[in-house]
Design a binder for this molecule. Structure first.
Ligand SMILES: *[C@@H]1O[C@H](CO)[C@@H](O)[C@H](O)[C@H]1NC(C)=O
Ligand SMILES: *[C@@H]1O[C@H](CO)[C@@H](O)[C@H](O)[C@H]1NC(C)=O
Ligand SMILES: *[C@@H]1O[C@H](CO)[C@@H](O)[C@H](O)[C@H]1NC(C)=O
Ligand SMILES: *[C@@H]1O[C@H](CO)[C@@H](O)[C@H](O)[C@H]1NC(C)=O
Ligand SMILES: *[C@@H]1O[C@H](CO)[C@@H](O)[C@H](O)[C@H]1NC(C)=O
Ligand SMILES: *[C@@H]1O[C@H](CO)[C@@H](O)[C@H](O)[C@H]1NC(C)=O
Length: 443
């Protein structure tokens, strides 16, 4: 008894040292990256944003759906997970508590990745289909490219990246070839925090999604510069607004008592052109008891989703303002309700020339997120442009979900230490795009 508890003490102490000390967790001790970079592409059939990491021993590329508000990395361990460095997290270990894992589980089958005795579990969720299961917490090697902000540099290794295993069935609804989801949310074990603590860089990351499925956008972990051809440091064009914490989990019904891992911002009002749209402002704030309301940013929703009354008010103001420019409304094309004839819509550098929608932020000084035609409109044919917003019905959990189309070709920087979002306007205004990161490696 005494010896087994001593062993346990030594084991958990070792784990603790192993995790806390950044020096032991990356292989090339001589090289400390200032930032990391991942490519992101858009799957044309599902409109999901995908990235690839190298994981396991031997390293294999693992394709993942990018989930901005996701709690952690989860991957299918049931099929084709082969790795000599896979380590399940033992019950009551430091890794379990960092993962906020509950309980202690056994698996009544032959041991394999995802099925081991005396391990702790979490609830990986597929946020596209809104399904969750339980999954073993584990660690394995991950290799990612470092960057100086201009180009990718040498690959660096995180030898014990914490993630969750999931059954193959959780992949349902995700793009072909995908093996899991890369959570970038506000938890201790999501990519941003694990990379930052492993390499001792700041707890910041930035995403820049390309607008076409034939080009690549980029995710940076760590601080700027964020350079795009022809030599533009996009971090110089950031406006800032606080990131808000929703005290109630939005992940799944099971995570009661945990704050949400998702990124919320304070939208105070919405303008179309110069007109303030009349809205029920109660919907714009997060209810502290229920977590209902407010505005979040999501990469798993392809288009912005607005609560019914907000949707109607914004699209009515948009339609009226368009009418003054002789832009005429035509029948909606699913999933969009509000569409226009392209006849009187001119093209500009900022996309089709339509009224600009401004999200006015709660911090004063006229901080506004301006949505120009390139981000508000979707061409459904040569003749028809639709407002790329969808109606979320009358009782959604979150009133405004800013989705993928509205995030394309702008850079968003999430600073977890200061709880602040930096956002640019469309990069077309700076004569570059998210597809302009130079992916040619410089070793
Ligand atoms: C877990 O322990 C039980 C009981 O000792 C055993 O039957 C089972 O095979 C073990 N499972 C694994 C995955 O090791
Ligand atoms: C580094 O990672 C990239 C991206 O995953 C990969 O294409 C490349 O082969 C790796 N380079 C080395 C030297 O392992
Ligand atoms: C505003 O929205 C809140 C929350 O849904 C609702 O309780 C309230 O009745 C609404 N107010 C008006 C004037 O519609
Ligand atoms: C839009 O135009 C209609 C018809 O002219 C008018 O009744 C309505 O008040 C206008 N709405 C807004 C938000 O301007
Ligand atoms: C709209 O169309 C009318 C009638 O064709 C024309 O008189 C007016 O100048 C047009 N307005 C704009 C803003 O193009
Ligand atoms: C991209 O970076 C590589 C390596 O630094 C450089 O040789 C190349 O000229 C760059 N591409 C462009 C288009 O500037």
């Amino acid at each position: 008894m005494a010896s087994s508890s001593l062993q346990y003490f030594i084991f958990s102490t070792l784990l603790l040292i192993f995790f806390i000390s950044p020096i032991t967790t990356f292989a090339q001790q001589s090289f400390r990256p200032k930032a990391l970079v991942l490519p992101v592409s858009k799957d044309s059939s599902t409109l999901q944003y995908l990235t690839t990491i190298n994981q396991r021993t031997p390293l294999v590329p693992v394709s993942l759906v990018v989930d901005l508000g996701g709690q952690f990395l989860w991957a299918d361990c049931q099929q084709n997970y082969v790795s000599s460095t896979y380590r399940p997290a033992r019950c009551n270990s430091a890794v379990c508590s960092l993962s906020r894992a509950n309980g202690c589980g056994d698996c009544f089958s032959s041991p394999r990745p995802g099925c081991n005795n005396n391990t702790c579990g979490v609830l990986p969720d597929n946020t596209v289909t809104r399904t969750a299961t339980s999954g073993e917490v584990a660690q394995d090697i991950v290799s990612v490219q470092s960057t100086n902000g201009f180009n990718p540099g040498r690959n660096v290794t995180v030898s014990n990246l914490i993630f969750s295993c999931a059954p193959t069935s959780l992949l349902e609804g995700l793009a072909g070839g995908v093996k899991g989801m890369a959570g970038l949310g506000r938890t201790r074990i999501a990519f941003p925090s694990q990379f930052a603590s492993t390499f001792s860089f700041s707890r910041k990351f930035a995403i820049c999604l390309a607008s076409s499925s034939t080009s690549r956008g980029v995710i940076f972990f760590g601080d700027s510069p964020y350079m795009f051809l022809p030599g533009i440091d996009v971090s110089e064009s950031l406006s800032f607004t606080p990131l808000l914490i929703n005290p109630v989990s939005t992940a799944s019904a099971f995570n009661q008592g945990e704050p949400s891992a998702e990124y919320f911002i304070g939208v105070k009002s919405i303008k179309v052109g110069e007109q303030v749209v009349p809205l029920n402002t109660t919907l714009l704030s997060i209810d502290s008891q229920s977590g209902i309301g407010g505005t979040k940013i999501s990469t798993v929703n392809p288009y912005t989703v607005l609560e019914d009354s907000i949707f109607k008010a914004v699209t009515e103001a948009f339609t009226n303002e368009s009418a003054t420019r002789n832009i005429t409304r035509v029948t909606g094309v699913a999933p969009f309700d509000v569409c226009f004839s392209s006849a009187n819509i001119l093209s500009t550098r900022l996309g089709p020339s339509v009224p600009t929608i401004h999200l006015v932020m709660q911090n004063g000084n006229n901080v506004e997120w301006s949505i120009f035609g390139s981000n508000s409109m979707v061409a459904v044919s040569n003749e028809v442009w639709c407002v790329g917003f969808v109606n979320g019905g009358s009782n959604p959990r979150t009133s405004i979900v800013i989705g993928g189309h509205q995030l394309e070709n702008l850079l968003l920087q999430f600073d977890l230490a200061t709880s602040r979002l930096g956002f640019t306007s469309t990069l077309s205004g700076r004569r570059t795009t998210c597809a302009n990161f130079n992916f040619t490696s410089t070793p």
